[in-house]
Design a protein around this ligand. Structure first.
Ligand code: AMP
Ligand code: ZN
Length: 483
């Protein structure tokens, strides 16, 4: 298996630290709002990476954090007049609903920054002790970048250039820095902000330290894969490397993986341009499986453009796979009901054997599995892996009918399901609707009503009714039940 490593800028053979095991850390979202479709890209991509490792027989320890203390969370909490934890807990719950809709598996551990302060104090203390960090007069603790000669190795930046670059940017409140390239590990509290006691000042952690600490606690000093969106390469991941390697005295992550950005209609997604979508908004128009399928239609490192046309194409592609899987399921059921016959046409109750032609087609299907695996082994080329699935679908459509043997039909059905499973794609047309999906739709309907968009609210109610979900407005809020 080859992985493109941002550290070496090359594809490298994957060799796990421990045979048969993968320790993987993916930077998660800052929870101050519903996640947007850009945030969904690393979730889907790295969930697929995890699923492929599992398919290959690895045991994956997958850790992904929630950043639950941050300026944006604090600002929203001040706006709403509530505690910051009310905002972060609300959006962690909402994020988990979206993840369920996208069929992203829950991580082995989902740590939260505010619950890991003790570990952060420990690591900062170690960094001060060994000369890699210092305390400024106001109690701010900074990392001393010059103490780590390898600083810049991930982003391929040179420390001298960084220092002169930073010199242009003066940040008020950071006058205590020894060097413009130094970064914050701990900062003093401001009025109205959440804070914790520390030996340096009452305050809160900088953003980067949380990931170094959570990776260490849940995975150990050395990990196999560290991942996130490409915007995190600098400074976030560069700073994580500096902190972890200086505190632990060991190389931190062996492979660094970064997904490309998701743009909308070829423009950077931004609220001010009005081209900003949350996953929740998309779920009102599409089955979220379509969004997942769309994300996997491109290589994870390429930029990806979101547009209505591409979503329609993904919807049709997914439909094609589901129709084929549905047909195979029907044929399988019919065959199970009919008396089984062997190749000579004797009904003897045993499973029908494959004909010679079917055996040949099975060999062709096995070649397509090999093609799928070769694509995934080559730095998780999901675009090519999806085309192998389409070829299998074509093979199934053109070589099965009521005369096919159960063995052949079942083999194709299971193969398509298995490969789609690696992609996190559910092949059943009417997959069991999850409670979380229903709740997400009810939530969207409430939001539409609040925004006085009654047409949309009614539309969602209609869609829920089609799914057999009955809504009741009660004094405790909206309740639902299956008809
Ligand atoms: P944030 O909440 O901004 O820290 O982002 C959480 C994750 O989403 C990080 O891995 C980001 O790199 C990733 N991300 C944010 N915006 C986009 C985007 N437009 N396309 C792809 N990934 C993104
Ligand atoms: Zn991180």
């Amino acid at each position: 298996m080859k992985i493109f490593n941002t550290l070496s800028r090359r594809k490298e053979e994957f060799v796990p630290l421990e045979p048969g095991k993968v320790k993987m850390y993916v930077c998660g979202p800052t929870v101050y709002n519903y996640i947007h479709i850009g945030n969904a890209r690393p979730m889907i991509v790295f969930d697929t990476v995890r699923r492929y490792f599992e398919y290959k027989g690895y045991e994956v320890n997958f850790v992904s954090n929630f950043t639950d203390v941050d300026d944006k969370i604090i600002n929203r909490a001040l706006e709403e007049g509530v505690d910051a934890s009310v905002i972060s807990e609300r959006f962690i719950a909402e994020c988990k609903k979206d993840m369920a809709g996208l069929n992203v598996k829950p991580a082995t551990t989902h740590p939260q920054a505010t619950k890991e302060i003790e570990g952060m104090l420990d690591m900062i203390h170690t960094l001060i002790e060994n000369g890699h960090a210092y305390v400024a007069a106001d109690g701010t603790v900074y990392f001393r970048t010059e103490s780590f000669p390898e600083y810049g190795k991930l982003s391929h930046k040179n420390l001298d250039e960084l220092q002169s670059g930073f010199r242009e940017i003066k940040v008020t409140g950071e006058e205590g820095k020894e060097d413009p390239a130094d970064f914050v590990l701990w900062k003093p509290k401001k009025e109205g902000e959440p804070y914790w006691e520390s030996p340096w000042c009452e305050g809160r952690p900088g953003w980067h330290i949380e990931c170094s600490v959570m990776a260490k606690r849940y995975l150990g000093d050395e990990i196999d894969i560290h991942a996130g969106g490409e915007d995190l390469i600098f400074p976030h991941h560069e700073n994580e490397i500096a902190q972890s390697e200086c505190a632990n005295g060991k190389p931190f992550a062996k492979y660094w993986m970064h997904n490309g950005f998701l743009n909308i209609d070829n423009k950077k997604m931004s609220k001010s341009l009005g081209n900003f979508f949350t996953v929740r908004e998309i779920s009102e128009k599409y089955d979220l499986q379509v969004l997942r399928f769309f994300m996997l239609s491109a290589h994870y490192r390429s930029p990806l453009n979101f547009s209505a046309d591409l979503m329609e194409a993904s919807k049709n592609g997914l439909e094609r796979i589901r129709t084929a899987a549905g047909k195979l399921a029907e044929l399988e059921q019919k065959a199970a009901g009919a008396p089984a016959q062997d190749a000579a046409g004797r009904a003897d109750g045993s499973e029908t054997a494959m004909s010679a032609a079917e055996q040949e087609n099975t060999a062709a299907a096995k070649e397509l599995i090999a093609k799928f695996e070769a694509a995934m082994d080559d730095d998780f080329n999901t675009a090519d892996a999806v085309s192998a699935i389409f070829e299998l679908v074509k093979l199934a459509n053109s070589t099965t009918d009521e005369g096919s043997s159960t063995a052949y039909v079942s083999y194709l059905k299971e193969t398509i399901e298995k490969l789609c499973g690696v992609m996190g794609i559910i092949t059943e047309t009417k997959h069991e609707t999850l409670d979380s999906e229903i709740e997400a739709m009810i939530e969207a309907r409430q939001a539409a009503r609040k925004a006085k968009n009654y047409a949309l609210a009614d539309e969602i109610r209609g869609r829920l009714a089609e799914m057999g979900i009955i809504l009741e407005d009660t004094r405790e809020g909206v309740k639902w039940r299956k008809a």
